[in-house]
Ligand binder design. Structure first.
Ligand code: F6P
Length: 537
């Protein structure tokens, strides 16, 4: 707490200064851009456009060291049960570990099983892609992944991100229990050439099981044995068998992989079907490269650590409650949604590991949309609203569309322009000069100029990579995973449970019979009882 207080005191002293001044503008004489940028395997993280200076960074690093970050990091990689409320290890890193890795849980090396399941999954992927595994009407043309949360967001995001590498069947993702989702997805598909993946860690999630039943009924209309075109990804192999799915097409994993961290293993089946085993392997290499960096780089040059410290600075120290993720990369359109689960389900906690109320804010609200679309929607508030929204820009040096290079340059210039505008702003004098040049004078000049002022001094970071390849995507996702870990360690919370999702699930189960008229609404609050009555009327 004293280290945290030191940070708050430091912030109080520097809060009003201009970030731009830290560069020794106009020519960056202080070397700040270089000193506050870290590069790893072709990926660059620039956090110079924040109000963090050498002193602030030093205090943030002390906070990390004081939280025993290095020891806790090794405990995670070593398979210790750091998810204390569920008594589980946290080992998504094992899913992307190298061939010689040994990772033990409860004294058992889990790597042989990881490799065996991956090999089976790749065999299945090849069989689907080359047609040796076919539907009852011929080669599989479409795959429908039914899952939700971590069994949907990661694979769905990555499938879009890696679409330039897709040569397999078309992938569709259904998650919502709203029947509209599955109905709209299945409408144009042929049951005879469609493969259904039921992806659920627990194989009990009501949305997924309901949609799986719907898909089975749909398939039965044209196919005599729907189960032959079903496969499953789960930790609950007894339940997949009971559901009638041939164990040969069931890909298991263990409870030490959290749902929102699971796309590196069998939950990534949809990604592998779309892009093939080789590209999927490259994705794993990217994640592993970030793991190696995270474990070996000094904290002051460690990309996930720095990303986390910038996040803590903005949220817990400066008090900015939200964080915008702004990929200038259309294929990362689902990254903000994916990160919402990763970050908010992990670090949206109100008590510490010991069950004590947190003395500071927990993780931030994460939101965003790809640029340049967001510019024409919510950037107005980011530039001129009264709240400060720290922005995280992501951008590739190269697009995949070689013949549209001019469009890519336009995209990059927009990305850089936005972070520059947030930093620099536009003063009243500058706005007045612009409006005076248009012929305004007197009170009208003053009034109009004031609307055109940009306060600037708004923080942003930029994560830049060469091109959105499977390797780069692996780096990006592992980077964000480790950021969540570091933030969680410093906040002293358990980033790996999610008790906050339970209450709503329980109440929904209890409400269903009331909506069907099989139970009364006694004990419900007045509003909920009235809404049930409305739904039934
Ligand atoms: O409701 C939250 C949650 O438990 C997530 O953590 C998880 O990713 C999602 O539901 C889906 O769970 P499952 O993979 O078990 O169906």
């Amino acid at each position: 707490m004293t280290k945290f207080q030191a940070l708050l005191d430091h912030h109080a002293k520097v809060a009003d200064r201009k970030i731009l001044g830290l560069f020794g503008a106009p020519n960056g004489k202080t070397g700040r851009a270089q000193n506050f940028t870290v590069t790893v395997d072709g990926m660059l993280f620039d956090y110079s456009k924040t109000n963090i200076d050498e002193t602030g960074l030093g205090l943030l690093l002390e906070l990390a060291e004081g939280a025993d970050l290095q020891a806790k990091r090794e405990a995670m990689f070593a398979g210790e049960k750091i998810n204390e409320t569920e008594g589980r290890a946290v080992l998504h890193t094992a899913l992307r570990a190298g061939d010689s890795a040994v990772v033990t849980v409860d004294g058992r090396d889990v790597m042989p099983e990881v490799r065996t399941v991956r090999a089976r999954m790749f065999d299945f992927v090849r069989a689907v892609r080359d047609g040796s595994f076919a539907g009852q009407g011929g080669k599989i043309t479409d795959v429908v992944n039914i899952g939700i949360g971590g069994s949907d967001l990661g694979p769905a995001m990555a499938t879009i991100a890696l679409s330039p590498f897709a040569k397999g069947p078309r992938l569709h993702y259904v998650s919502n229990v709203d029947g509209a989702h599955i109905a709209d997805t299945l409408r144009d598909l042929n049951p005879e050439t469609t493969l259904v993946i039921v992806a659920s860690k627990t194989f009990t999630t009501i949305e997924t099981m309901t949609n799986a039943d719907t898909a089975k009924r749909w398939m039965r209309q044209k196919v005599s044995e729907p189960a032959r075109q079903f496969c499953a990804v789960s930790t609950a192999l007894d339940k997949t068998t009971a559901y009638g799915i041939d164990p040969a097409r069931v890909f298991g994993f263990e409870d030490w992989v959290g749902g929102r961290y699971s796309m590196w293993g069998p939950i990534g089946l949809g990604i592998a079907l779309a892009v093939g085993p080789e590209a999927f392997e490259e994705f794993l290499w990217g994640g592993r490269a970030m793991d190696d960096h995270f474990r070996s780089a000094p904290l002051a040059r460690n990309m996930p650590v720095l990303l986390a410290l910038v996040g803590l600075w903005h949220n817990q120290v400066c008090g900015h409650a939200t964080r915008a993720v702004l990929p200038y990369d259309q294929r990362l359109s689902r990254l903000p949604a994916y990160l919402q689960q990763l970050e908010m389900e992990s670090n949206g906690k109100r008590v510490s590991m010991d069950g004590v109320d947190l003395p500071y804010a927990s993780g931030p609200v994460v939101w965003g949309e790809p640029g340049t679309n967001g510019q024409h929607a919510f950037y107005q508030l980011i530039h001129q609203g009264t709240r400060v929204v720290p922005c995280e820009f992501l951008v590739a040096k190269k697009g995949h569309e070689a013949d549209l290079r001019h469009q890519h340059l336009l995209l990059v210039s927009n990305c850089l322009a936005q972070s520059e505008a947030l930093l620099r702003g536009r003063s009243l004098d500058e706005a007045t000069a612009i409006m005076a040049a248009k012929g305004l004078t007197g009170d009208e000049l003053d009034r109009q100029a004031r609307h055109r002022v940009f306060p600037g001094n708004r923080p942003s970071t930029t994560l830049a990579y060469e091109q959105l390849t499977p390797f780069a995507l692996g780096q990006i996702i592992a980077l964000y995973e480790h950021r969540v870990f570091v933030e969680g360690v410093i906040l002293g919370i358990n980033s790996y449970d999610q008790w906050g999702v339970e209450l709503g699930k329980e109440l929904a189960l209890a409400l269903q019979p009331m909506l069907e008229g099989r139970a009364g609404t006694e004990g419900k609050d007045g509003s909920t009882a009235a809404l049930v009555a409305w739904a039934r009327s």
